[in-house]
Every structure is written in structure tokens, then in C-alpha cells.
Write a protein that binds this ligand. Sequence first.
Ligand code: ADE
Length: 227
Amino acid sequence: MATVPLRIDILTIFPRMLDGILGESMIKRAQAAGLVQIRCVNLRDYATGVHLSTDDRPYGGGPGMVMTPEPVFRAVEALRGPDTQVLLMTPQGTPFKQAVALDLSRQSHLLILCGHYEGVDERIREALVDREISIGDYVLTNGVIAAAVVSDAVVRLLPGALGGAGAADDESFTTGRLEYPQYTRPPVFRGMSVPEILLSGNHGEIAKWRLQQSMARTQARRPDLGG
Ligand code: ADE
């Protein structure tokens, strides 16, 4: 199958924070295989003035610093194309879910803005951002960690990124349920046995058992999923 590589640009003042994450494991392989092109762009490269500053004190007073519009506008205008989705990582965004990851994996270019400090100048939101995303109800020191989470969840959904075909089809949240328990060798470990059914070779019964386990687990742990 011909795949058009996804491009992900992550705009941050801490580009090196992502070196380890992007340079290892599945994300590394997906880049090497040409499925995705990920670049960390230093926001400071678009800053002007002697201090190349990217933040300033909030009008109206209050604690902390706010990201200034100028370097962000310059960067976004230089990097975006006609098909770019501009994302802002912020705890005020829509909750990041598997369905959002799937939607993003079908885009051609994601430009992810990472908020820092107390927040970003509201004009950035109003004029540049297509979608605001939160990875959970807690506050991180900066959005680059959230951008890494989103990138990882998106890249693994690209066709060809995971080893086995369909590896992403059966898992938690894709089915709307939590995944069933998994086992591998040995069949008995420190007195704990693998359920007999999984050793039976009866694929129909195994599928039934897995569905029932998955439903029971979802009901017990995440009844809000409605699985
Ligand atoms: N930046 C700070 N906290 C965040 C969160 N929970 N989600 C996304 N971006 C963030």
C-alpha cells in the first residue's frame, strides 16, 4: 500500500527534551521506514531582539509569564502549508482520546505548539490554532511532554508502524473496551497458571473468553466507557 508520510513539526523552546523519545523504539523505526517525518523546531529561532525572548509578563498583572505572539506567528507562518492542522497543547483543550489520535493519524501535516509558562497570548489561540488538546486533567510544566504523548499515539496508528497487521485494532479504546488479559510462556510461573482455555487451541472459545473478560474488566475499571 502506498503511504503518504505524515509530517509532524513540534514547536517548542525545549526541542532537546524530545531527543530520547523520538530517537528510540517504534517512533524511530516509523521515521526510518519513511512513514512519518518528525521535526522539533526551536521557537527561539523565530524570536527577535537581543534576548531572543519568547515570553513576557501578563497585562493586568498576576503570576508567571505568557508566551508572546510574535515568534509563534512568525514560526507558524513559515512552517504551515495548505493542509496543516495547527494544534495547541494545553490543559484547557479537548481531552485526548484514541478517536482523536486516529483522526490526527489521517492528516498530512501536524504543527504542534507547546505552551509553556502561565499560558499563551490569547491572539495565538484565536488566529492560529485549529485544535486545542489536553492529555489529562493535570498541569505539566510545558506542553512538549504532551506533544510527545500525542505524537506517539498518532504514529503507532500509521499503516505499517506496528509489527503485526491489525495490532492496533483489538486493543483498549479502539474497541471501546479495555483489553482482555494476556499471557505468554511459561504456562506455569511461580505457581500461577495460564488459564486453561488459552492453551486449548479452540479459537472460537478463546475469542468468547476474551470478549467476556474484556467486558467484565471494562465494567469493573472503566464503567464510563460503556463497554
Ligand atoms: N500543558 C500543560 N499541561 C498540559 C496538559 N494536561 N495537556 C496538554 N498540554 C499541557
